[in-house]
Design a protein around this ligand. Structure first.
Ligand code: NCD
Length: 397
């Protein structure tokens, strides 16, 4: 049987595996780094010779696609790329599942970026080579988080007890969702600074509160020193709502006492939320952060492809055994994912999805969508809202 490993959420990786990726990324920086610029990879190895990486991007990208491609080329491998859905068979109505099934025979790993939440998980179900999530809708962007954490680890040896403020569109920002889970796991505290109406999605907030009870410290007063301010742009492409007021980070804002030592991070691209005058400030970290994406993605690819000494555990379906059991509602109940941007609701790709949930033990029990991980918070109460009107009876898992 063919065993492999997919990465669709930051939670697919154990803490140990994250540490292994960082150790390898540090080795690459040490061996292949630029002697004048400590965060830049300047040389290549040959360990990836003969291997091919496919990047299958249905949404715009600069950093993620190019840093993955740079990483693969620096490993000595090669890349093939579909960067524009209008120029691929997607424009003819081809499904993601069919595209990935084919690409599995053209390349040794596939990076997927897609507008639908849960798309990477669907891609993984149809691939027989590793699938890595390069950002799926508003769900997650796990490899951005690996780069973010690695950047922080280069700055401060431990992530434990760091006060990290996350600002902007916490609702739609997939980088934020992966980041807050990872920060919580590694013992940081999270200060929420959402733009009005753009707080964390309920299910993300619930998971943080239940799995890591003391992580969210709400708003910070002047005396709470912030170690990191993580700024994000308004994700205009994910909502039709207008933005009324959006936090804008400039030197004046950073002049307040609690930010005096705060390192400023941003997944980029920035639009107006981060003033370019901050670039010259000693606290700005975002261009180093973007540079570290290369050694980190080299390490991830090296590990997933089995090129490096450290290798991930592999599984028949590509994932560690889930903690929670899988639940498929009986055909006559019509319980469906409550997130309208979930891949299960896609006209084409939805046909390739199962109607599957993880049963989350809680009071009342929750159902977590297998693909996009949005919860139905109260199965009985919510069933009517999400079910098609005719049938309402729901059997709890
Ligand atoms: C992010 C993304 O695509 O989610 N970009 C990136 O990969 N660095 C952030 C964003 O687009 O705002």
């Amino acid at each position: 049987m063919r065993l492999l490993r997919h990465i669709t959420s930051i939670n697919d990786l154990t803490d140990r595996e994250v540490e292994d990726v960082f150790a390898l990324a540090s080795q690459y920086l040490h061996r292949l780094g630029d002697k004048d610029i400590p965060y830049r990879i300047a040389k290549s190895t040959k360990i990836g010779q003969g291997r091919l990486l496919a990047t299958l991007f249905y949404e715009p990208s600069t950093r993620t696609r190019l840093s993955f491609e740079s990483a693969m080329l620096r490993l000595g491998g090669k890349t093939i790329s579909s960067a524009d859905p209008n120029a691929s068979s997607a424009a003819k109505g081809e499904s993601l599942a069919d595209s990935v099934r084919m690409l599995s025979n053209y390349a040794d790993a596939v990076i997927v970026r897609h507008k639908r939440d849960g798309a990477a998980r669907l891609a993984a179900e149809y691939a027989h080579v590793p699938v890595i999530n390069g950002g799926d809708g508003a769900h997650e962007h796990p490899t951005q988080t690996l780069g973010d954490l690695f950047t922080l680890r280069r700055e401060s040896a431990s992530l434990k007890n760091l006060n990290v403020a996350v600002a902007g569109d916490l609702k739609h920002g997939r980088t934020i969702h992966s980041l807050v889970y990872a920060l919580a796991r590694f013992g940081s505290r999270i200060v929420l600074m959402p733009a009005p109406g753009m707080g964390l999605p309920d299910h993300v907030h619930w998971r943080l509160k239940h799995e890591f009870p003391n992580t969210i410290i709400g708003s910070a007063d002047e005396d709470t020193p912030i170690d990191v301010l993580y700024v994000t742009r308004f994700q205009a492409e994910r909502t039709s709502n207008e933005v009324s007021s959006y936090p804008r980070i400039d030197l004046k804002f950073l002049g307040s006492k609690k930010f005096s030592r705060a390192r400023v991070m941003h997944p980029l691209p920035r639009v107006n939320e981060l003033d370019i005058d901050v670039d010259r400030d000693r606290r700005a970290l975002y261009f180093q952060q973007a540079a570290y994406a290369v050694p980190v993605r080299m390490a991830l690819l090296g590990t997933v492809l089995g090129l490096a000494e450290s290798k991930f555990a592999r599984y028949a379906d590509g994932f560690r055994k889930a903690k929670n059991s899988l639940y498929t509602p009986p055909a006559n109940t019509d319980v469906i994912c409550a997130n309208s941007n979930c891949i299960v609701h896609d006209e084409i790709d939805g046909k390739y999805c199962g109607n599957k949930f993880y049963a989350i033990p809680a009071n009342p029990p929750r159902l977590r969508c297998f693909y996009c991980e949005t919860d139905i918070a109260d199965v009985r109460a919510d069933a009517g809202a999400h079910a098609k009107p005719a049938r309402r009876r729901v059997t709890a898992p």
